[in-house]
Design a protein around this ligand. Sequence first.
Ligand SMILES: Cc1ncc(COP(=O)(O)O)c(C=O)c1O
Length: 401
Amino acid sequence: MSLDVKKIKEMFPIFSNNPSLIYLDTTASALKPKAVISSLNDYYNNYGVNIHRGVYNLSYEATELYEASRRAVAEFINADYEEVIFTKGTTNSLNMLAQSYLFKLKPGDEIITSELEHHSSFLPWLNVSKKTGAKLVFAKLDENGDIDLEYLKKIVNKNTKIIALTYVSNVMGRIQKVKEFVEIAKSVGALTVIDAAQAAGHLKIDVKDLGCDFLAFSGHKMMGPSGIGVLYINKKHHNIVEPFEFGGEMVNYVYKDKAEYREAPIKYEAGTPIIAGAIALKQAVELINEIGFTKIKKHIKKLNEYTLKKLKEIDGVVVYNKSDTGIITFNLEGVHPHDAATIFDNKNICIRAGEHCAQLIVRWLGETATLRASFYIYNSEEDIDKFIETVKEAVRFFKKF
Ligand SMILES: Cc1ncc(COP(=O)(O)O)c(C=O)c1O
């Protein structure tokens, strides 16, 4: 059975509030379903209290909702409950992790990165490299923009301490062979840090099967609230990875000269957490589970193929990638993407234009900026038809100049 997009659109209040909206920018942020919005409201309307520290029923109940979401997220990525750390998002997760490594790397150590990385998966390691003297080593991309595994095997060595790579690039949209990255890393005792921001809403992440050490993603890219994210820390590191922040609730005993921290996950969540965001993330997880990745993937593949076929029929359109996750990176020949984007905006079609916070891969494509259309469960073929009409119109319009 294919997805009933009309029914799905009804789950998203934005489509009743803005009926002509064609949203093709899920890669930047997914739209939010009613269940997520209601869950946020429910917390603020009926709880509004702090968690973990309250000695009254309302706080116990709110704590239970928060921890129930952690359990749902753990199941979602096949992690153990204590391996799921709530953060502000992928950027926050990866920065916290990189900062904690600042003190563990030294000159001569190597960190493997790639041109495929979003800035939030690259800049934290660039910073670590500058501060510690550890060397950044670039994995090679093949002609499709995938990490070349043979080359990766060649560049790892006993100095490789971290392999920090993306699961799915937000420009190329292709699923990378994370399990193989992990095997290669293990062969030299290096740790793996996986940026799963674009993977979480599109494919089943199974951290046990992958065997990775760390993995990060954001709630807002999988229909959850903005401001909530996840850092998975494999429990074998819980005694090694120190807390990233220090403050309330993460400690058992405090003395004038030392402190004893609580166990994970709480030791990594100092201060009042993003309570409403974490609770509402469970609704996004449940919606994805209810629909299932098989249907999600099938639907997105169909839209992707349909769009590519139509785009190919238009002279003056360059498509740069062959995505597995409904991301089409393209340009209109001779037209700056920002100029082209205004034509789409005039039609209430949201697409992305620019360098996508991933300058290295945009440059690898030989460009300084591109357009990007991305699809999710609430997009239909009619959306694509309107998008294609607008592409044609934009091509005609800019030909005149
Ligand atoms: C591949 C990838 N990694 C990381 C991020 C950063 O996510 P956030 O801005 O939610 O922290 C993004 C956001 O676009 C992304 O696409």
